[in-house]
Design a protein around this ligand. Structure first.
Ligand SMILES: [Zn+2]
Length: 134
């Protein structure tokens, strides 16, 4: 699913449609990113070995944080590569900054009018319990 329908909203204006382009990171890219984020935190853990009194707390904490951060990167497969839409405030059609992980909604800044917009993905399917049966 390379493109997802979404809407841009801001308080006091009617929402406008947007298109979110999604890329899926390859397993190799994911592994590199996971290893990198784990390595940074594990480097801190090694550094804290030499902090007297605190290393009992800090070393295991950062070892766990490194593992958690690495696992999170391994699972985070969908990355937003582009957002294209019309600003509901100033009405300018443009490409917004992207690069974050795909989420149900997130905040965007309009480069033209510097308002903070909320981007919300359109839900793909209606929950089955709400579908009227023929
Ligand atoms: Zn704007």
């Amino acid at each position: 699913m390379p493109e997802r329908p979404a809407s841009l909203t801001i308080f006091g204006a009617s929402p406008s449609p947007a298109v979110v382009t999604v890329t899926t990171a390859s397993p190799g890219q994911r592994f590199v990113r996971a290893a990198r984020s784990a390595a940074v935190l594990w480097a801190f853990a090694v550094g804290f070995v030499f902090v007297p009194g605190l290393h009992f707390v800090l070393v295991p904490t950062f070892l766990i944080l490194g593992a958690v951060a690495g696992l999170r990167q391994l699972r985070g497969t969908e990355v937003v590569s582009g957002v294209h839409g019309t600003c509901p405030r100033c009405g300018r059609e443009q490409d917004f900054t992207a690069g974050n992980r795909l989420a149900p909604s997130w905040m965007l800044d309009c480069p033209a009018c510097h308002n903070t917009l909320t981007l919300t993905l359109e839900s793909e399917s209606v929950p089955s319990g709400l579908t009227p049966r023929a």
